[in-house]
Write a protein that binds this ligand. Structure first.
Ligand code: SF4
Length: 409
């Protein structure tokens, strides 16, 4: 959207600065993000009493009436309509199309956004899975992939512009290519990226456990360019809850996958998502999740307190838990996650990491960067170390970061 506005001659300013148009691009993954959107809209209106306030994104797509009712909002636009800056700037009335009928990603939605040294490239959008708790298929529509040729030329452009690392992202990345004709796959796309783009570091976004194939594991283990950092959503460690969630795997499948991954890449950082307090989750079911987490080699967990989303199957299930219990369980899981992360980082002490320099702190004479295993690192350096990847030895930990030095020095 920023790029569209800039191309149309607009100047994009910070949220707190005076503006003619304020676009609030919303998320609706939990009730909390909905509330945050409403708060931001009110704030935008206070900061810019005369501006045109546009509400768009996933919350606008799924619950346009919620936003349309707000006196601060001038116009509500859906996820397809937001791709056009003329519509964003001029549409006189609400427009929210049916994302469920979208079968293609328009060419512009090979979207990328960049930090200084890493670019994030969205190659897939939407999802067909309809897990019982999840609003995403309603907000983003069916799974659509960007054709491989376009992904490859996008990555070549990023490489030519000096990016060392590209992160492949998608809403349901494991479904990449299945909608294309001829059909493709994530494995095939990765193989072509490695062979045809000259990219130095490729990081793969979240892939569901049932889609993390043996071929993908072998590809990641064998390729020097693929970062050993994986995000594989578990959601629950209890089979009966997984079944109610509509997730197509069980806990033993997941354990087996993680063990195979770690056998192939012992240094891998494995992150996951867990939902605490799914409807009907008993103490025993919650304990099963805790036990599985303890047993598996996770480096990090994103814990989500269950949030009832309209239209989803879980919203009408019996046994919704008291929010106090949901939050207690989430806090318990987060404490476990913090312990797992600490253990993972402690194991890195004495090891060598390939660190990409990202930020130079001149006053401290320190460069901060990120390793292939997604470990935040710092080392003595200068501005010349920015956007350079180097092999460094971890000597200690400081505030969750690996303190490194040159292994020769
Ligand atoms: S949790 Fe993931 S796979 Fe399931 S419906 Fe949501 S986006 Fe799709």
């Amino acid at each position: 959207m920023i790029e569209q506005f800039r191309n149309a001659g607009y100047t994009v300013v910070d949220f707190t600065e005076p503006a003619d148009i304020c676009v609030i691009n919303s998320c609706t993954v939990t009730a909390r993000t909905d509330a945050e959107t409403r708060r931001l809209i009110r704030r935008a209106r206070r900061l810019n009493p005369e501006a045109r306030i546009v509400a768009t994104g996933c919350y606008a797509q799924v619950s346009p009436d919620d936003l349309s009712r707000m006196p601060e909002v001038d116009v509500v636009l859906g996820n397809m309509e937001k791709l056009d800056s003329t519509v964003l700037a001029q549409a006189a009335e609400d427009r929210v199309g049916d994302v469920a009928v979208e079968t293609e990603i328009p060419p512009l939605s090979l979207t990328s956004f960049a930090e200084h040294t890493r670019a994030f490239l969205q190659v897939q959008n939407g999802c067909n899975t309809f897990c019982s708790y999840c609003i995403v298929p309603f907000a983003r529509g069916r799974s659509r992939s960007v054709v491989p040729a376009e992904v490859l030329s996008g990555i070549r452009r990023l490489v030519d512009n000096g990016f060392r690392e590209v992160v492949l992202t998608g809403i349901h990345l494991g479904a990449y290519g299945l909608d294309l004709s001829p059909a493709s796959s994530l494995e095939e796309l990765i193989r072509r990226i490695l062979a045809e783009t000259g990219l130095q570091r490729l990081r793969i976004g979240s892939v569901d456990p049932n889609e993390f194939s043996a071929e993908l594991i072998a590809l990641c283990a064998d390729s020097p360019a693929i970062c050993h950092h994986f995000h594989i959503p578990l959601q629950s460690g209890c089979d009966s809850v997984l079944q109610r969630m509509g997730r197509p795997y069980d806990s033993s499948f997941f354990s087996d996958l993680l063990n195979r991954l770690i056998n192939a890449m012992p240094d891998a950082f494995i992150g996951s998502d867990i939902i605490a307090g799914f409807p009907g989750e008993t103490d025993q079911e919650f304990e099963a999740t805790c036990a599985l987490i303890e047993a598996l080699p996770f480096a990090d967990l994103h814990v989500f307190p269950y949030s009832k989303r309209p239209k989803t199957k879980a919203a009408t299930m019996p046994g919704h838990l008291n929010p106090v219990i949901i939050n207690q369980r989430a806090a318990h899981l987060r404490a476990r996650a913090a312990r797992k992360k600490k253990q993972f980082l402690e194991r890195a002490i004495g090891r060598e990491l390939m660190v990409l320099g990202q930020q130079y702190d001149e006053s401290a004479g320190i460069v901060r960067g990120i390793s292939r295993e997604y470990i935040q690192a710092e080392f003595p350096g200068t501005s010349k170390d920015i956007n350079v990847e180097q092999r460094l030895m971890v000597t200690a930990l400081r505030e969750g970061r690996a303190v490194c030095r040159n292994p020769a020095g």
